[in-house]
Design a protein around this ligand. Structure first.
Ligand code: M6R
Length: 366
C-alpha cells in the first residue's frame, strides 16, 4: 500500500528514518556504549582474525559494499576487496580459509551473488550475509549474518534497503574495530552517538524535498549527468548515478572526483549537470578545487554540502544542505538528496518510477 504517496519509491525514501531505526533496534546502545549483533556473535572471533574480507554483491548492494570497504579498513584495519559477484564467481579467484566473504543483497535471491558465495563456501571461506528478505536463498546459504530489517522494498530502485545496508556495515565496522582494539572507548561512544543521530538528521533532509524538486525541474531535460565524490562519498556518487539511469533513463556516471581530470572532464560544458558530494571531511579542500575545475568549464554544479557552508555556496549553481556529521556517517545522509533528484526527474519525464523498463526487482538469472 502506497498510503498517501504517489509512488512506492517516494514512500520508501520517506521511510528511511524509521527503516534505519529498525536496523538499529536492539543492536545499539549509547548508554552502554555497545553494539550487539546477535547474528554474527559466534563468528566474531573468526571475523577479527580474518586476513581479508571480500564483499560480493551487485548493483546498489555493491555500492554499499564500497562504503563497507572504506569503513572496515579505516576502523577495523582489515583489508577488504569489493567484488562484482558476477566477475568473482567466474574468474577463479584466490580464496583462503581465513577469508571472510560478506554477501550483500536486498532480495537475498540475486543469482550471481548466491553462486559467488556457494563457490567461496566450497573453498572453505566463512560466509556472512547482509540481506533484507528473511529466509531468502542467500541467508540460507551463509554461516551467519545480519538482517537489515528495512521492511519490504517495492520500488525497483533501491533506496531504504541501501541505507539499511550501509547502517549494518557501519555497525559491523565499528564493532569489529572495537573488538580488534583499534577504537578507543571514548571514540566508540562518540561513533555510536553519531550513528544514533542519523534518523533525526534524515528527517531534516527530507524537509528539503521541495527545494530539490525545483533543482530537478532545472535539469530534467539533460542527456547526461556526472556525479563526483571522494572517500566515503565516492560510492554515493556511483549510487546517485545508478539511480538516475535506472528510473529516468538519463545517462549518468559516478566518479571519484580526482579521476575526473583523467577523462570525464572532457565531457563538461554548459549542458552538463555535475552533482558533487562536498560535505566537510578530510578531502573538503580537494573537492572545492574539483568544483572550481567544473565551473571553469561552465559545467553546472549541484553540490551537497554541510549546513552553513558559505564557501561552496558562492561557487556552485545550487547547494543542498545536510546536517553536520562524522565523515563515516555522511553516506547515510548525502544519499537522500540524490534519491529525491532521481525520483523527481523521473516523474517529470513521465517515467514509470516504480517499475522502470527492462528491470526486475531481483535478478534471479545470471
Ligand atoms: O537484491 P540485491 O540487493 O541482490 O539486488 C542487487 C541489484 O540487482 C540491485 O541493487 C539493483 O541494482 C537495483 N535496481 C538498484 O536500485
Amino acid at each position: 500500500d502506497k498510503g498517501n504517496y504517489e509512488h512506492f519509491m517516494l514512500k520508501e525514501i520517506y521511510e528511511q528514518p524509521i527503516s534505519i531505526e529498525d536496523t538499529f533496534r536492539g543492536r545499539v546502545s549509547l548508554d552502554h556504549s555497545k553494539i550487539f549483533l546477535g547474528g554474527i556473535i559466534d563468528v566474531l572471533p573468526k571475523l577479527s582474525q580474518a586476513r581479508r574480507i571480500i564483499i560480493a554483491a551487485c548493483g546498489t548492494s555493491w555500492h554499499a559494499g564500497i562504503v563497507g570497504e572504506y569503513l572496515f579498513e579505516e576502523f577495523a584495519r582489515t583489508p577488504v576487496e569489493v567484488e562484482y559477484a558476477s566477475e568473482f564467481r567466474y574468474r577463479n579467484p584466490v580464496i583462503n580459509e581465513d577469508d571472510v566473504i560478506i554477501a550483500i543483497s536486498q532480495s537475498g535471491e540475486t543469482a550471481d551473488t548466491l553462486a559467488a558465495i556457494k563457490m567461496a563456501k566450497e573453498q572453505g571461506a566463512t560466509i556472512l550475509g547482509i540481506c533484507n528478505v528473511a529466509g531468502s536463498s542467500i541467508p540460507r546459504e551463509t554461516h551467519a549474518g545480519v538482517y537489515t530489517h528495512a521492511g519490504v522494498e517495492i520500488g525497483v530502485a533501491s533506496t531504504k534497503a541501501f541505507t539499511s545496508q550501509v547502517t549494518v556495515l557501519t555497525m559491523m565496522a565499528f564493532l569489529l574495530g572495537k573488538t580488534k582494539g583499534h577504537i578507543k572507548d571514548v571514540d566508540y561512544k562518540e561513533l555510536i552517538g553519531e550513528l544514533i543521530q542519523v534518523p533525526d538528521k534524515i528527517r531534516t533532509i527530507l524537509q528539503s524535498e521541495e527545494q530539490i524538486k525545483a533543482i530537478a525541474e532545472t535539469y530534467k531535460d539533460a542527456n547526461n549527468a556526472l556525479y563526483l565524490g571522494r572517500g566515503y562519498l565516492f560510492p554515493v556518487a556511483l549510487e546517485g548515478a545508478l539511480k538516475l539511469k535506472e528510473i529516468s533513463y538519463i545517462h549518468a556516471e559516478g566518479y571519484p572526483a580526482a579521476e575526473m581530470k583523467h577523462g570525464p572532464i572532457a565531457l563538461i560544458d554548459e549542458n552538463m549537470p555535475v552533482f558533487v558530494l562536498a560535505t566537510k571531511d578530510k578531502s573538503y579542500e580537494k573537492i572545492v578545487s574539483n568544483i572550481q575545475e567544473v565551473k571553469a568549464r561552465n559545467g553546472k554544479v549541484i553540490a551537497i554540502v554541510t549546513k552553513g557552508d558559505d564557501v561552496i555556496k558562492k561557487m556552485a549553481d545550487h547547494v543542498i544542505e545536510v546536517p553536520d556529521c562524522h565523515e563515516a556517517i555522511a553516506p547515510l545522509l548525502t544519499s537522500i538528496p540524490l534519491q529525491f533528484v532521481s525520483y523527481h526527474i523521473a516523474v517529470m519525464r513521465g517515467c514509470n518510477v516504480d517499475q522502470p523498463r527492462n528491470l526486475a526487482k531481483s535478478v534471479t538469472v545470471e
